[in-house]
Design a protein around this ligand. Structure first.
Ligand code: AMP
Ligand code: MG
Length: 357
């Protein structure tokens, strides 16, 4: 399949520029497009064949449901039944934006789109290109992240081309995604709202609107041996992994740097290159290895925005092992560490504090 790449300037474009891509969606074809979270791989959510093509293009397991993207609030009534008031309150507060709600699905949504579930995930993106594309297409757009299953999500069109060129009909290049982490997912189908995936919208922000909100147990797990089954089917799969094994090093800043520098020396002696995921503040402290800067610690959002891009960067370098600093104390730490822990297969090296030695 020949993939058409359409460049759009997010700051200034006419809807006509999206018409060819919108037509593809109406015809059951696949269009990758930017959103404010990550790039999405879109198809008509009411067309089971289009959804099946999404799973195939990504190599995604068919029990891992797709998020349906909408441009207007009234779409909720067509996609879901028994929509609780809480959904409208959340929509008021956070839509358009990086929040996905799980609701009881309407019979019109094919089970292929929902991975066989009786619930449906819905989000209204704020990115102007995403919003215009959905509006222009006149369909609801099922769109998981536009990466090959298992790889880090895509935050730039170059990443999408790397993973999906020749496998989808159109890729819209709208520049870098601003947030860089996938949406927060909140399940509104139970007694108490449950966060199934942490994201840019935090638990505290949700609690302000909902009162009580809890984390699904699987979200907080710190090791693969904890035997809890994720309610968001996608969260049980290995994800985001760079090619080389990745270790998160936790401890005081100086200790982390000392440890990673020592490992880099050892590895170099064995002819192996060490990849290091560092920050603006620390990158100069590393004396060996191949250092990539993810963002600025002082700017929480820059770390989120740079994470997937940096994880992907290591793949072209031939590093045999990667060490990453930890971001647990970042204001977006819950969301960032959720992705980083998965990328690392839950491998954490915890350094003892000097006084504990
Ligand atoms: P992605 O679009 O690649 O960010 O993945 C979508 C995420 O949403 C996956 O982790 C899915 O398991 C989750 N998801 C989608 N629909 C549902 C649903 N109906 N119930 C629970 N989780 C869902
Ligand atoms: Mg994904």
């Amino acid at each position: 399949m020949k993939t058409e790449i359409i460049k759009i300037n997010r700051e200034q474009f006419e809807e006509e520029e999206l018409e060819a891509a919108a037509k593809c969606l109406r015809e059951g074809k696949l269009v990758a497009f930017p959103t404010e979270t990550v790039y999405g791989l879109g198809g008509n959510a009411f067309d089971a064949t289009a959804s099946a093509r999404i799973y195939e293009a990504k190599g995604r397991p068919s029990d891992n449901p797709l998020i349906v993207h909408i441009a207007e609030i009234k779409a909720l009534e067509e996609l879901a039944v028994d929509v609780p008031d809480a959904a409208y309150h959340l929509a008021d507060a956070f839509w358009p934006g990086p929040l996905t709600m799980i609701l009881k699905k309407s019979p019109r949504v094919p089970k292929t789109t929902t991975g066989g579930l009786d619930t449906v995930a819905v989000r209204m993106p704020s990115d102007p290109i995403a919003a215009a594309l959905i509006r222009c297409s006149g369909v609801y757009v099922a769109a998981p992240s536009a990466n090959k299953s298992g790889r880090p999500s895509t935050t730039k069109a170059e990443h999408v081309i790397e993973d999906l060129d020749g496998r989808v009909d159109v890729i819209i290049d709208g520049g870098a995604a601003t947030i860089g982490l996938e949406s927060t997912i909140v399940d509104l189908t139970g007694e108490v709202p449950l966060i199934l995936r942490p994201g840019y919208i935090t638990a505290e922000q949700l609690a302000e609107v909902l009162g009580e909100v809890r984390f699904d147990e699987a979200v907080l797990k710190k090791s693969p041996s904890e035997n809890v089954v994720a309610r968001a089917p996608g969260m049980k799969y290995r994800h985001y992994a760079p090619k080389a094994p990745l270790y998160i090093v936790e401890g005081r800043n100086e200790e982390v740097i000392r440890y990673i520098n020592a490992e880099a020396v050892k590895n170099a002696a064995e002819g192996r290159i060490t990849g290091i995921l560092a920050t603006e503040e620390t990158k100069k402290c590393y004396t060996g290895g191949m250092v990539f800067c993810v963002g600025e610690r002082a700017n929480a959002e820059s770390i989120a925005a740079g994470l997937f891009d940096t994880l992907r960067s290591f793949d072209e370098t031939g590093v045999s092992v990667i060490y990453s600093e930890s971001f647990a104390d970042n204001p977006l730490g819950t969301a960032i560490m959720n992705r980083l822990l998965k990328a690392a297969g839950y491998h954490i090296i915890r350094l003892k504090k000097d006084e504990e030695k």
